[in-house]
Design a protein around this ligand. Structure first.
Ligand code: ES4
Ligand code: ZN
Length: 368
């Protein structure tokens, strides 16, 4: 918002009189981050289902929840690893039943994101979990698509949709979801791979990725942090499955060879500092975001499942990441530049976003 508000003043003043001062304290850094034009690529729509909306949808659908209040529900969001997180996350989405529910979910996220100056988002969803409950794919994709169109028209945020295969369910279940979704492929931009990675390597879905790619969809996949065989999974994703992106992937900093490969291919990494946790090396945590940036990898910062992670959306995540990783204003701009470069969009749209980002940086006196 700052850029828009500052514009008349900036025009009225000669160039020498404009205050182009890079943020130097916590308060101005927070304002700089809040106004920064942003893009998001790693957000699970079902992970944006806030407790308040869960209660509203449960009531609308005549379901009862095992908690009396929003506060009590939020207090139950305690997890210590990916499986314990996923249990809470999948339990939570049981209230999503109708096209309107998916509309409300997606519109809620897009409004929140737009309020934080997200110009563009690519959002994950988990169709298998909804199909299992008898929800038709048309309700899921239809509701989200209607919300995307309304949000673009009324609040100006553009978005696209990525279908994720749940890797801990069977390969057959993932294929059923893909086959159900392919008639709606014009409403999807890509496919991804999420859920529990243990004993579910990416090659389990080689056929699915090939089929999706043949249908014109892009391909990304989660390589969660500190998983068993994580470097093998990253290698398989990059080499055998030709993933165009890696979601998380922080352990790559432990392999100079894989880092060189990812750099040579220009592979973007969608890092989520809230959940990815610390990459552990010899029992010690290392700061993967810092190391990935310093190594010259294309990293964006994302919110993952904000409703289950203290309701911290992209601005709060970036404020925290700035402190934890000592990000400079120029590095924050670089992260958003990476983000817009990550987007699966036409070049003209990308150029428009990048121009807004560069103008904002210049307005604050931040140079690369
Ligand atoms: C997820 Cl953080 C994370 N990892 C894997 N699968 C997921 N689904 C939703 N959030
Ligand atoms: Zn994720």
């Amino acid at each position: 918002m700052r850029a828009a508000m500052a514009a008349p003043l900036a025009c009225a003043l000669p160039a020498w009189a404009r205050a182009a001062t890079p943020p130097a304290d916590d308060e101005s850094m927070a304002r700089f981050i809040a106004g920064l034009p942003k893009a998001e690529f790693h957000v699970h729509l079902e992970g944006t289902l806030e407790a308040e909306m869960k209660f509203a949808l449960a009531q609308r659908n005549g379901l009862s929840l095992p908690y009396a209040t929003v506060e009590e529900m939020k207090r139950s969001y305690i997890y210590h690893d990916l499986p314990s997180f996923l249990k809470i996350y999948y339990d939570g989405m049981q209230v999503l039943l109708t096209e309107q529910d998916f509309y409300d979910l997606a519109y809620g996220y897009l409004s929140k994101a737009a309020s934080q100056n997200v110009l563009y988002a690519e959002m994950f969803f988990d169709p298998q979990e909804h199909l299992k409950r008898g929800v038709p794919i048309e309700a899921v994709i239809g509701g989200i698509t209607r919300a995307r169109a309304d949000a673009a028209k009324t609040i100006g945020i553009e978005s696209q949709l990525i279908l994720c295969f749940m890797r801990d369910l069977s390969a057959e279940s993932a294929m059923e979801a893909l086959d159900a979704a392919l008639p709606h492929k014009d409403k999807l931009i890509g496919v991804g791979l999420d859920s529990d990675e243990k004993d579910n390597p990416p090659e389990k879905f080689a056929e699915h990725f090939a089929k999706a790619r043949a249908a014109g969809l892009h391909v990304t996949m989660h390589c969660d942090v500190n998983q068993e065989n994580t470097l093998e999974h990253i290698r398989t994703a990059l080499v055998d499955l030709q993933a165009e992106r890696i979601d998380h992937g922080g352990n790559i900093v432990q392999s100079p060879e894989l880092m060189a490969l990812a750099k040579s291919k220009g592979i973007p990494f969608t890092v989520c500092p809230t959940f990815s946790g610390k990459v552990m090396e010899d029992g010690h945590p290392i700061n993967a975001l810092r190391e990935m940036l310093d190594a010259g990898l294309k990293v964006s910062v994302n919110s993952d499942d904000p409703a289950y992670m203290g309701s911290e959306y992209i601005t709060e995540v970036l404020v925290r990441a700035q402190k934890d990783s000592a990000l400079t204003p120029a590095e924050l701009v670089r992260i958003e530049r990476h983000a817009f470069e990550t987007a699966w969009i036409p070049e003209a749209q990308r150029d428009g976003y990048l121009a807004k980002l560069e103008a904002y940086a210049q307005d604050w006196g931040v140079t690369a």
